[in-house]
Write a protein that binds this ligand. Structure first.
Ligand SMILES: CC(C)(COP(=O)(O)OP(=O)(O)OC[C@H]1O[C@@H](n2cnc3c(N)ncnc32)[C@H](O)[C@@H]1OP(=O)(O)O)[C@@H](O)C(=O)NCCC(=O)NCCS
Length: 141
């Protein structure tokens, strides 16, 4: 039985385990540390979702927003459960949560090489922008 639900703090280890199983890029000592995860839940708890099957975490989606646009991060589905529509369901649930906050534009950054993810977002109605460049700066401490 599959359930999509908001993440709680005790899901942290299972989510890291999922990301390791899927090969999803993540940074457990920085942006994906336990303290960063706790902060994420305080600010965006209802947009941060997992898919669970028989008590096992098999999917994740971290949602954030700036009050105007939503951003989908860390979308991952256990390899044994891929291509069964689980990512699509996670995306739909996150969209529902964003919409309830008045946010109607949702974005995602996907590597050019990640065709499964590109297919997933395309099939969920997302359109790739090819006319913008992603600028990024890391503030050193
Ligand atoms: C990307 C990922 C989350 C997709 O999860 P998923 O549960 O298999 O996706 P879904 O089953 O919901 O697929 C949604 C649609 O995309 C298509 N799709 C998904 N993976 C695909 C693939 N490898 N090749 C072609 N189409 C694919 C599905 O066929 C489906 O289309 P349909 O509804 O017309 O059948 C999963 O492959 C994954 O965890 N990859 C590793 C982690 C990762 O790279 N995450 C993305 C970071 S941006």
């Amino acid at each position: 039985m599959l359930e999509i639900r908001p993440v709680i703090e005790t899901d942290y280890d299972a989510i890291l385990d999922l990301w390791n199983r899927t090969g999803l890029h993540h940074e457990p000592h920085r942006r994906d540390s336990l303290s960063a995860f706790q902060q994420q839940l305080r600010h965006y708890g209802d947009c941060t979702l997992i898919a669970e099957a028989n008590g096992k975490v098999i999917g994740s989606l971290i949602g954030t927003h700036d009050g105007r646009k939503g951003l989908i991060n860390r979308l991952a589905v256990d390899p044994d459960f891929q291509k069964q529509g689980i990512a699509r369901r996670l995306i739909e649930a996150a969209e529902h949560s964003f919409r309830s906050k008045g946010i109607e534009i949702i974005t995602a950054l996907v590597a050019v090489s990640n065709l499964p993810s590109q297919m997933t977002f395309t099939k969920s109605g997302y359109v790739a922008r090819t006319d913008v460049i992603y600028f990024r700066k890391e503030l050193k401490s």
